[in-house]
Design a protein around this ligand. Structure first.
Ligand code: ADP
Ligand code: MG
Length: 467
């Protein structure tokens, strides 16, 4: 494909995505991105920072995939990588020959492919991915209750814990556990009707079917399900119409003794704008959480992954990863993969020195601090508003919002005192600052878009400063 064609394709894809996500997120994550390679079934999307690459891969892959399907059907894989800005600007096309270079193959094998590749093992009847099994799930004190509840359900569908509600932070194994349950039931009997769905998709489906007046059809389909697995139910926050339909589907299934399982990043009572009747339904069965794995479990997870990949690493390196990456299993896996890919591609013997160097990106160095200047800059780029205007006096709505968010982050992340924050804003009175912080705190709970934006900003700040 010619550069121009790649540009056109990416332009179409972006136009589509822009409709579906907030402008600030769109600008931040897609600003310096491009399709730099394309074969019949694979597209390579490049961006100029590791962080943006991760966001595209982890948060926006779905959107990108969907839009690509529309404009270039047949794309099965999307590879994400980082490139220099020069290359991105050129949308340089790599020749057929180069695509076949062995190194590309290696990187692929190492795991830079997105989730979409593993879609090949996704069962269209259930939506389940066969890679998630109980065998590959390490059980530790952090997840043993949730694990036990899931196991107990296999032979007692709809009767033991219904619904089962599993909550816990990002990357701690909720999806894995839920799908392992689905796969185990599937293995037991093909007659049991299982359906796994992520709430973002469920919401889209429901909204779409209401628009197309096919909601009754959709509900009829759902009524046939024996085991319904709904992942990330927190995304239902503030979506009234969807909540109503989910409530209806839930009741029908529940009354017919069909099993329902939810996961969420927070407990039911902390999901903003959740109707009372739904909340009490969610809490009506068994609510259990997954917390952070301890050191021993982290080591066990790493060893398990190594066994899966039929490879080994010196004990010292495994220990180093487990000691330093503590708050998320996905990152633990990411760190391990980074090391394995590097050792493999560079054909070098694993050493602890090199491991430390390679993992610098993963391991945050707590010595560095986020400064007020960092916060102003990140907010300014994110909302495309100059720092002077953020610090200024104008009461324009968008400026006030950016200003209050900046104050909130200075308080929440940087832990500045109210008077100290006032100083950053040309000596504003500390009561004004207090009022702003309180306002954002309250609105954040009600407004999930705002909440997302603040999370993005905080993540970006933490990342920028530690890298
Ligand atoms: P969540 O849904 O909670 O965000 P995931 O289920 O997607 O997290 O898990 C993130 C990654 O970590 C997945 O690749 C998963 O297989 C892996 N993982 C999480 N917990 C475990 C565990 N206890 N044992 C093995 N792998 C795990
Ligand atoms: Mg998940």
């Amino acid at each position: 494909m010619q550069n121009e064609e790649l540009k056109k394709l990416w332009k179409d894809v972006l136009a589509e995505i822009e409709l579906n996500i907030s402008r600030a997120n769109f600008v931040t994550w897609f600003k310096n991105s491009a399709i730099v390679e394309k074969t019949d079934d694979t597209v390579t999307v490049a961006t100029n920072s590791n962080f943006a690459k991760e966001w595209l891969e982890n948060r926006y892959n779905k959107y990108i995939k969907k839009a690509l399907d529309k404009f270039s059907p047949g794309i099965k894989n999307i590879i994400y990588k980082t490139e220099t800005i020069d290359k991105i600007e050129k949308f340089q096309v790599v020749s057929e020959k180069e695509i076949k270079k062995p190194e590309t193959g290696k990187v692929k094998k190492g795991g830079t492919l997105t989730e979409s590749l593993s879609k090949s093992s996704q069962d269209p009847d259930t939506n389940l991915n066969s890679k998630y099994t109980f065998d590959s799930l390490v059980v530790g004190s952090h997840n043993e209750l949730a694990h036990a509840a899931a196991l107990a359900i296999i032979d007692n569908l709809g009767t033991k814990y219904n619904p089962l509600f599993i909550y816990g932070g990002v990357g701690l194994g909720k999806t894995h556990l839920m799908q392992a349950l689905g796969n185990a039931v599937r293995q037991k009997s093909k007659k049991i009707n299982i359906w796994y769905i992520n709430t973002e998709r469920l919401v889209n489906d429901i909204i779409g079917s209401i628009r197309e007046q096919t909601i009754d059809e959709v509900k009829k389909q759902y009524k046939k399900i024996d085991l319904l697995l709904i992942d990330d139910i927190q995304f239902i926050a503030n979506k009234e119409k969807t909540q109503e339909e989910v409530f209806h589907i839930f009741n029908v299934l529940y009354e017919a003794n069909k099993q329902i399982v939810f996961t969420s990043d927070r407990p039911p009572k902390a999901i903003p704008g959740l109707e009372e009747r739904l909340r009490s339904r969610f809490e009506g069965g068994m609510v259990t959480d997954i917390s952070l794995p301890n050191y021993e479990t982290r080591v066990a997870i790493l060893k398990n992954k190594l066994k899966d990949k039929k490879t080994v690493l010196p004990e010292e390196i495994v220990d180093y990863i487990a000691q330093n990456i503590t708050n998320n299993v996905r990152e633990l896996e990411g760190a391990l993969n980074t090391l394995l890919i590097n050792f493999e591609v560079k054909k070098i013997n694993p050493s602890i020195e090199l491991s430390k160097k390679l993992l610098e990106d993963f391991i945050k160095k707590p010595k560095k601090m986020v400064t007020p200047q960092d916060v102003l800059k990140v907010v300014s780029v994110f909302y495309d508003i100059s720092t002077d205007k953020i610090k200024g006096e104008s009461r324009r709505k968008d400026l006030v919002k950016a200003r209050q968010i900046t104050m909130y982050i200075l308080r929440d992340l940087v832990k500045l005192s109210y008077p100290a924050i006032g100083e950053v804003f040309n000596n504003k009175d500390h009561t004004t600052v207090m009022h702003s912080c309180k306002k954002i705190e309250e609105e954040k709970i009600k407004d999930s878009v705002l909440n997302n934006e603040i999370e993005s900003l905080i993540e970006k700040l933490s990342y920028d400063v530690f890298n």
